[in-house]
Ligand binder design. Sequence first.
Ligand code: HAM
Length: 468
Amino acid sequence: MSEGAAKKERPRSFQAIRGVRDLLPDQTSLWNFVERIAHETFATFGFGEIRLPLFERTDLFARSIGEDTDVVSKEMYTFLDPPAWLEILEKLGTVKDVDRTATTFTIKNHLPNENFIAEVLSLRPEATASACRAYIEHNMQQLPQPVKLYYMGPMFRRERPQKGRYRQFYQIGAEVLGGSDAPAIDAEVIEMVMTFFDRLGLEGVQLHINSIGDKNCRPKYVELLREELQKVKDKLGPDSRRRIDTNPLRVLDSKLESEQETIEKLPRITQHLCDSCRDNYDEVKRQLAIRGINYSQNFRLVRGLDYYMRTTFEITAKGLGSQNAVCGGGRYDGLLELLGGPPTKGIGFAIGEDRLILSLQESGKAPAQQGRDVYIAWMGERAQATAIRAAKDLRKAGFSVELPPVEQKFGKALGQADKLGAKYALILGDNEVSEGLWTLKMLADGSQAKFTEPDLLEHLRKQKALSS
Ligand code: HAM
């Protein structure tokens, strides 16, 4: 190939990875709005923000979420630190039977001259485990209890992408750690999410609740469920059949059309709760009623993570199709002990922010995108210096200003100002600069007026106050 032909060939471009998206400025204004309302609402309930790492040791997730869950067994992005997959694969051919609970891999005698020791890390698939780890690590049990934390940010699960389901998705979550397990706490946590959704104007919000018992009553129910499932095994699909042994509760979660009739007839956990779990569940419902929160009870709401006990809940909203759970949560007393901490109560939730945004967009709730306030159309060297100063002063006063880097003919500048949705064009030519009178053009109706520099700022301030 000649040099000329080689030059013309453009290198292959890149695309974001499947299930991973860019959020562009016309979308992020709604994201920022939602996050601002979350900060404000959660603060009124006494929650403080915690920023957690994006990756942790894999066994933190395996131990909390459960090794047999889909999230841990299939969906985590796991890597070694130092990242030496390639060298290892080269030496070993393939890596088989990866032990997800291992904290390190020691690969002996395969690398020249040394053993290879690496930590097994994963991108976080959720943040409850990290919040609990942080509570223990920072001795938060010494703070006034309970400790109320919230977080927002990306999570990673290798699921099959579809509408409302991504491999990098965002959660806004909260956890109440320590203190008592009074049912009023469960109800207040739910009240906080509902208040947040209400402030956003989210439509079609439905709260579903359940109690999945505790370590006294759940094992007996699970056994009973397993026995009943064995009897109807033939009517179940391969996934559910497999779960009879591994995790029979998850059969209740199945969305498979052909299994629905069978599942409806299975024994329900709420009829097999021990006395204290039943009393607890009744009190949670009473506390919700006092707060004027409507709910429906759903005996099939078992959730996909192992750490839950007693209260579980999910919230669905309008316009989301099959992935309609916009929030999931529940109580997880015992999880902190499992992670090496002191006996500590815990309850929390996580909202799927992507889904929340989708639902708001579907019901037309997107706030109008903010255009520029002022486009400065300048011509001439002297005018540029004045334009730079004007831009500085206007920005200081809080206006959004577009200052073209090179001189433009006024016609072109006004066209550009229009395209950017600017409200005003500030026209600065030699005349304006020498007279000290600046021309301000209202782009909506084409009217214009001349102002001295201080008057102009005052005028714009007044107009802004009027329109807000
Ligand atoms: P989760 O039910 O696994 O719970 O996730 C909570 C929410 O995150 C879901 O209801 C959904 O809106 C959203 N979500 C989950 N996976 C995806 C995905 N692949 N794409 C888009 N959105 C998704 C938890 O994560 C628990 N940590 C919640 C919790 C906090 N429980 C107690 N404290």
